[in-house]
Design a protein around this ligand. Sequence first.
Ligand SMILES: CC(C)=CCC/C(C)=C/CC/C(C)=C/COP(=O)(O)OP(=O)(O)O
Length: 274
Amino acid sequence: MFREDIIIHIFSGWRSFLRKCLFRVLRVGPIPSHIAVIMDGNRRYAKKKKIDDMTGYDAGALALLHLIIYCMELGVKYVTAYAFSIDNFRRHPEEVQKIMDLTMESVMLLTWISKLRSVRVHFAGNLQLLSADIQDAAKRLMESTAGYNNFVLTICICYTCSDEILHAVEESCKEKWDDGIGIMGYDKGNDYERLIKVVDIEKHMYMATAPDPDILIRTGGEYRLSNFLVWQSSCCHLSSLGTVWPEFGVFHLVWVVLDFQQNYRYFAKKKLQL
Ligand SMILES: CC(C)=CCC/C(C)=C/CC/C(C)=C/COP(=O)(O)OP(=O)(O)O
């Protein structure tokens, strides 16, 4: 599905020139540092186009690739995509297999892009639930790109935020236990002293490699977080778009960033109050 000439096409030509002009105008305002996406509506897109669901997912992966390139050009440093939730294992095995095959293909393509553009790729989630070959490929890609800091792409796979929190709590307890500190807080006069702090939990989150998102986009017209970055999104700008994910394009991105810029003062103030 992916070919290197597709990427070269996106980077070059008059479209790229117009996009860069548009982005230059957008950069007059504050640019989000981190954009997260719930890529919903791939099967609805397939139905609409009368193609099979699997081709719909391919189109979704291509839309993600476009978003990554636009974000790099715009100056957004972190992009996080919800590729596969732990709950998605309940889908038809053939569909699960297709998304896994797509993940493997994406790992190959990302290996190429990461070298070309110094992209750090991080897979966030319960990776033990992946097959051994995908786990190996993902780990190799994470290790080989760990030194890059131009741009950080996080693919949330076998992910739910509740699983992430459980994992982080477990790791924090283990750490405190090993240090002989204990995990239960105690009364300290009128105060209650916690032995496990928020920073301990955050250190062990799968998403510890990125700051909290500034914008969380969900396509497909839904208003749910579906267990995605629930801990990290308390101060972020939520944007629900009616468009299905494979149709997400540069104008949707511009619209969302303009909306974020309009509300920026509010979010910046909220963050400072925390
Ligand atoms: C890099 C990488 C691994 C890319 C993954 C590609 C990709 C687009 C994954 C989406 C997975 C998914 C379950 C989306 C939900 O849409 P849905 O199909 O449930 O949409 P619907 O609401 O129309 O049913």
